[in-house]
Ligand binder design. Sequence first.
Ligand code: SF4
Length: 478
Amino acid sequence: MLDVHAPFESRVTQALADDHLRTALDRATTRLAERRDLAVAAVDNPALRHEVRAIRQFAITHLPDMLQQLETNLIANGCQVHWARNAAEANDIVRDIARRHGVRRVVKSKSMLTEEIGLNEALETDGIEVVETDLGEYIIQLAHEPPSHILAPVIHKRAEDISDLFQRELGMPPTTDPGVMCATARQELRRKFLQADMGISGGNFAIAETGTICIITNEGNGRMVTSMPRVHVAVVGIEKVVPRVEDAFLLWQATTRNATGQAVSVYFAMCSGPRRPDHADGPQEMHVVLLDNGRSRIIDRGYPDVLLCIRCGACVDVCPVYREIGGHAYGATAYSGPIGAVLTPLLADDPTSVCELPFASSLCGACGEVCPAEIDLPRILLDLRSDMVNAGTSSVLERVAFTSYATGMQKPWRYRALVVVARWATKLLPRNGSGGLTKLLPPLNAWMRTRVFPRFARRSFRRLWRKRSSGRGIEPSR
Ligand code: SF4
C-alpha cells in the first residue's frame, strides 16, 4: 500500500506505478458504475433526484430544529444522547461509556464517521479490542490499511490479495473462491459478535420525528452490532438528520441504487432505543453521539450543499481521477474521490493543509451528473480552488503565469501578439518526428513529462475564419 502520509505528488506517482491497484480499481469501479446506470435507468424518474435534494435541503436548512426534535424523541425512546463538537470529544464520550461498562471487546459496523475521528485507535489505547464486522472493513483492518472508498473500503484489493491475507492471518487454505473466503471471515466474526461487550455503529439517517437511527447494510452485521452486545453506541454526524420516516425510506432507495445498483439493500436496521421489557433481545443501553466535527463550519464557510451528500459513492466510481489513483492517494482521510476532494478540506481546521485535493479533478462533470442529491461538485471544486488561491497556496511562479495568461487573454491584440511570440520561441526547442515539442524550459518542462506540445498550425484559426467569412459580412472581433 502506498504511504498515505507522503506528499500528494508522491502518493499519486506511487498509485500510478501500481499495476495491481489499477487493475483492481478498473474492475470494481466499472462494475459499480454499470450497475448504478442500470438501476437508475430501470426507475427512469428524474424527479427522484429533485426529491432527494429537497429532503436533504430541508433538513440542512432547519438543522437546529431538526436536531432538537431528534434529541427529544431519542430520549423519549430511552436513548442517552451526547453532543460532541469535535473528534476528541466524541472519542472521549465513547471511551467513557466503555470504561463505565467495563468493555473489553467492541464490534463495529461500517462507519466512515468513526474512521474520520479515529475512534478505533482511541479505544485501542485503552486496551479495548475493536473488530470491524463489515467484510470489507474487516479485510482492511486485518491488512492494517485505511479504507480506499467510502462504500467499498477494500476496492483497491484483488481477490488474490485478499486470499493471501486470509491465508496469512486466518489460516485459510489457498483459494480465491469467494464462498470459502466469506465463510472463513464469517466464522471468525461470529465468535467476535458473541464475545463483544459493546457494539458501535454509525447511522445513515437519523429520523427526527421518531428518534430512530437507520443503518444500511448488505451483510446483516449492522443488526448484530446493534442488538447482540449489551451496549450500543451510534456515532452520527449532525447532517444525517431527516424529518420523517418516509424521507428515510426514499433516501435509503436512492443510496443503494446509486451505491451498488440494488433497488434496496438487503438489510435496513432501524434502532429506536434500547431493549424494552417486552422485547426478546436488544442492548440494555443505547447511546447516540451527535457529532459536529466541522459540519456547521461547512455551512459558515458557504458550502452547505456539501452536507446534502448521502455517501452513495456514485461520484467516486465515475471519477476518472479516482479510477486511476484510488482512495489512498487522497491521503490520510476517510473520504476520497470528488466528494472527498471537497469534504476533506472543508472539514479540516485549516483547509489549506490539504490544498491539493480540489485540484485532483479533471472537472469533466461526471460526478455532478450522477449525484442523486444534485450536488454541483464541479462548481464546488472550482470555488474551493479559488479559495485556495486566494489563501495564497499557489506558488509565485504559478501566480505570475496565470496573471500573464489572464492579461494576454483579455484583449484580442494581446492574444495575437502572444501567439506570434510563442510560435517563434518554440521554433528553437527540440521536436519529435511529428513536429511536436518534447521539451520546454524549466519549470515548464515538468508539464512535458507526460505530454507532447503539438506543433503550431501553419495558419491560425483566426486567419482561416477570416478567410471563410470574407464576403459573408462576418468579422472576427478585433
Ligand atoms: S456527492 Fe453525491 S454522488 Fe457523491 S457520494 Fe455524495 S450523494 Fe453520492
